[in-house]
Design a protein around this ligand. Structure first.
Ligand code: ZN
Length: 325
């Protein structure tokens, strides 16, 4: 029988787990609340119980387990270093050493967006392009990223390489959660786009958007803005295009550094589709002058919300990629 692998996603709200085969076929999955206020030890107990439940359901045990974490993890030592959205921030929690005896298989950690990058590389757009150089932008509440060079995920010493949302686009721009100013994330994330939508609506410059959300600022999202743009709000359309162009500039910076075969846009904001992709492609054409970019494909994620889960399968299968460099 082919080996199976466990993929766990530790989120601030929910823990999701799945068992899958080496082809990425998911055998079973389940989720439960993280209850992160109970602290790392209790959360890890809950993860072990979730995996145990999956094993009973599948009548099989995984050969290895990969766990995606929302922040920084020391991939070589199996420690979480800084999970900003969880209480106590999980500084130096020896997750691997605590979890391995409970789940009785090797445990590997990786940042959640790098995990999604690996998923897209192994089972998504990268599958048909072995050896591809790929950059992945996860555009949602923030902007995460990941980089694969010549078919290999670039980890760096901590698994932190590829923070594409924190490249500086406007040196004096808005303050970012990372402490810097003018990072791509402050200009093109979901909340950054929505903030401009709210400003336009409150200034009376977005009548369709006002209608769509009933004037309720808490309902303004990039998706509602896309609908308003479609319905004729020129200013909203322009706001989305500007964010997309900033994203395009972030993409251009990676294109001149890496000349990737593939640029993949994931995360909730990727649902804007062509509204986002067209300005990115245009920005690449207009702003990369050093070499032809016809071969650079810009796509939305093929795997969508499954990218992280399948990235975990790939990471478990490949032994944590620890001999990747
Ligand atoms: Zn930043």
């Amino acid at each position: 029988m082919a080996p199976i692998y466990a993929s766990v996603d530790l989120g601030g709200t929910n823990i999701k787990g799945a068992l899958a085969g080496p082809d990425g076929q998911v055998l079973c999955s389940r989720s439960m609340p993280t209850l992160s206020h109970e602290g790392p030890a209790a959360v890890l107990e809950r993860i072990a119980a979730l995996v145990e439940g999956l094993c009973q359901q599948a009548q099989a045990r995984p050969a290895a387990l990969a766990m995606a974490v929302p922040g920084l993890a020391d991939v070589r030592r199996g420690l979480t270093k800084f999970l900003p959205n969880l209480p106590t921030q999980w500084r130096d929690v020896p997750v691997r050493d605590l979890l391995e005896p409970k789940v009785r298989c090797p445990v590997f950690l990786l940042n959640d967006v790098r995990m999604a990058t690996l998923g897209e590389l192994t089972f998504g757009h990268g599958r048909a392009r072995p050896g591809a150089t790929m950059v992945f932008f996860a555009v949602g509440t923030g902007i995460g990223g990941g980089v694969a060079v010549d078919g290999k995920l670039r980890l760096g010493p901590l698994g932190a390489a590829g923070e594409l949302g924190h490249q500086i686009i406007l040196p004096d721009g808005p303050r970012c959660g990372c402490g810097n100013r003018g990072c791509l994330e402050t200009l093109a994330s979901g909340p950054a786009i929505a903030a401009e939508g709210i400003r336009l609506m409150q200034s009376g410059l977005a009548p369709r958007l006002h209608e769509l959300v009933g004037g309720d600022v808490s309902r303004v999202t990039a998706r509602e803005m896309a609908a308003a743009a479609q319905a004729g709000d020129k200013n909203v359309e322009e706001a989305i295009a500007r964010a997309a162009e900033y994203l395009g500039i972030g993409v251009v910076n990676t294109v001149v550094v890496l000349h990737p075969d593939l640029v993949v846009i994931g995360g909730g904001v990727a649902r804007l589709g062509e509204l986002l992709l067209e300005p990115i492609r245009r920005t690449i054409r207009q702003r990369v002058g050093m070499f032809p970019t016809d071969g650079v494909e810009v796509r939305t994620s093929l795997l969508g919300e499954m990218a992280g889960t399948l990235g975990g399968v790939a990471l478990a299968m490949e032994g944590g990629l620890l001999d990747n460099e």
